[in-house]
Design a protein around this ligand. Structure first.
Ligand code: IMP
Length: 201
């Protein structure tokens, strides 16, 4: 069983969630001292997660966990998809100016594109990769739901205020952190990954 994993991210929202998911797993997460620039130019979430894990592994030389996630909206041909973090800045759907934060600009653009759309189904997806040199493992997690008509709630990050998970009457940003982790794409991917890691001798 692996006892230590480097977590290849400096995103505070992700770190908090992933640390809380790993608590009690017997695996210690180590945070990088500095962020490493990795161009997320892969065509899939899995490819981008792999690139990030490999880049950090090459510097720190310890088994490295990286994840790539995003929001997929089928009626928008799968966008924001792999462009989720910089959706506001891509030409598809028109560029959105950043007035305060990038998250808000992403939300504004998505709500604009969803105006008048009845099919509001969407899902978050995470691919998590552990890179260990010549071998590695991966797991995925999905959280299905709907795009709301306006932002609600202060918790979470990214698109959480406009995403309502299936079976809930609240937005993801209105859930407590433990509630989000229990159903989120990231929570599911990480728990699948922990199960696999526990099988490693
Ligand atoms: P990544 O850092 O390349 O994985 O980009 C992920 C982007 O997808 C983030 O910047 C968010 O915009 C969005 N995203 C991923 N996970 C979540 C989540 O749990 N809630 C809300 N937005 C998310």
């Amino acid at each position: 069983m692996l006892e230590k994993l480097l977590l290849a991210t400096t995103n505070k929202g992700k770190i908090r969630e992933i640390e809380s998911i790993f608590r009690g797993s017997g695996i210690e997460l180590i945070l990088p001292e500095k962020s490493i620039e990795v161009e997320e130019d892969g065509k899939t979430f899995l490819e981008n997660a792999y690139k990030k894990a490999k880049a950090y592994y090459e510097v720190y030389k310890i088994p490295t966990l990286a994840e790539d996630s995003g929001l997929v909206v089928p009626i928008l041909d799968g966008y924001p998809g792999i462009y989720s973090s910089r959706f506001y800045s891509i030409e598809w759907g028109g560029i959105e100016e950043v007035e305060d934060t990038k998250d808000r600009a992403n939300i504004k653009k998505l709500l604009r594109l969803m105006a008048g759309k009845e099919d509001r189904r969407a899902y978050f997806i995470t691919f998590a990769v552990v890179y260990m040199g010549d071998v590695g493992i991966w797991a995925q997690g999905i959280c299905k739901g709907y795009i709301l008509y306006e932002a609600r709630g202060e918790g979470g990050f990214g698109y959480d205020p406009i995403f309502q998970p299936e079976g809930y009457e609240r937005s993801m940003a209105e859930l407590k952190e433990e509630e989000k982790n229990a159903i989120s794409h990231r929570g599911r991917a990480m728990r699948n990954l922990i199960e696999l890691l526990k099988r490693l001798k």
